[in-house]
Write a protein that binds this ligand. Structure first.
Ligand SMILES: *Cc1c(COP(=O)(O)O)cnc(C)c1O
Length: 295
């Protein structure tokens, strides 16, 4: 919203309750009220661990003639976002995907990755002059056609890292990656539930790449995450009204099953050290069961 306003774009925000999806009927109603040029969707919501339902949202947005702009940051390369997929009509497609190198692609931060389809490029052309230069897709098309025309100093080390990240993604195969992440999400949440740690999002809407987990009664957030960090497991705090009440655990990119299993074990160990009762063995068992159930 702040970004849009900075560029003089009128923005309306449809926010769901934390941990829930945005209601598709609310989107439909908004789009019927007035004309919108574009709708942005956060594919995986980093604050809550909720995944958007593209199959429901894309057709509604496209029916009203708006562009679908997808923030794929915590999803791209782990959750399907196929730009060639038709959502119930040959013209109903995801128009733009924006992502970063540092999350599910597993490459150091610093690269913004963008993809436009033909309709989105057409809309850009019709806009004429826009208040952007480096972020104007029009300036990048000649460079994509001939990289030697790059008009600034490219971050070559990051581009090499990205190429290697992409090589790993393609070697594993997108489909396998989607399945692996889905199993990770289920296994992490099932095992943490054994510790009385409940995911904010219901399983049916939970993202496979990251989970927001509510603390059981009496666990001190800073002490818990601090002790775990000393053991080598970094969990993120939660934001806004969930700060101190929940933590966020990433299970994306080139994370391995062994790393996650170890993290589950260390979380249990830490809880026990802090005087809470945690059945570490059972949690690890549940982790493996859920991993296995998904194969
Ligand atoms: C991390 C994240 C961002 C922000 O990415 P930066 O590169 O840190 O600006 C945006 N959207 C989502 C969904 C994210 O998970």
């Amino acid at each position: 919203m702040k970004l849009g306003e900075a560029f003089g774009i009128e923005v309306d925000v449809l926010q769901s309750e934390w941990g829930k999806r945005v209601n598709v009927e609310d989107v439909e109603n908004k789009l019927s009220e007035k004309s919108y040029k574009a709708v942005t969707i956060t594919h995986g919501d980093t604050s809550t661990g909720v995944v958007a339902d593209l199959d429901a949202l894309v057709p509604v947005i496209k029916k009203h003639g708006a562009l679908v702009i997808l923030d794929g940051v915590v999803a791209t390369a782990a959750i399907e976002e196929d730009m060639s997929k038709c959502f119930g009509h040959p013209d109903y497609k995801i128009d733009i995907v924006l992502t970063g190198s540092q999350k599910a692609i597993g490459v150091p931060p610093g690269l913004a990755v963008v993809a436009f389809n033909q309709s989105a490029l057409e809309v850009r052309k019709q806009l004429g002059r826009i208040p952007a230069y480096y972020t104007d897709i029009n300036n990048w098309i000649p460079i994509m056609n001939d990289p030697s025309k790059y008009f600034a100093t490219p971050p070559v080390n990051l581009i090499y890292a990205y190429a290697e990240g992409m090589r790993l993604v393609l070697e594993e195969g997108l489909e396998n990656r989607y399945i692996r992440h889905s199993a990770y999400g289920k296994a992490v949440r099932a095992s943490l539930a054994e510790y009385g740690m409940k995911a904010l999002a219901d399983e049916g809407v939970a993202a496979s790449t990251l989970s927001c987990i509510l603390y059981p009664e009496g666990v001190d957030d800073a002490a818990f995450r601090g002790a775990l960090a000393e053991k080598g497991v970094i969990l993120a705090g939660s934001l806004a009204h969930l700060a101190g009440k929940a933590f966020r655990i990433g299970h994306m990119g080139n994370t391995t099953e062994q790393m996650l299993e170890k993290a589950i074990e260390l979380i249990g160990q830490t809880l026990n050290e802090m005087g809470h009762k945690a059945n570490t063995e059972r949690a690890v068992e549940l982790f493996k069961e859920a991993m296995y159930a998904n194969v």
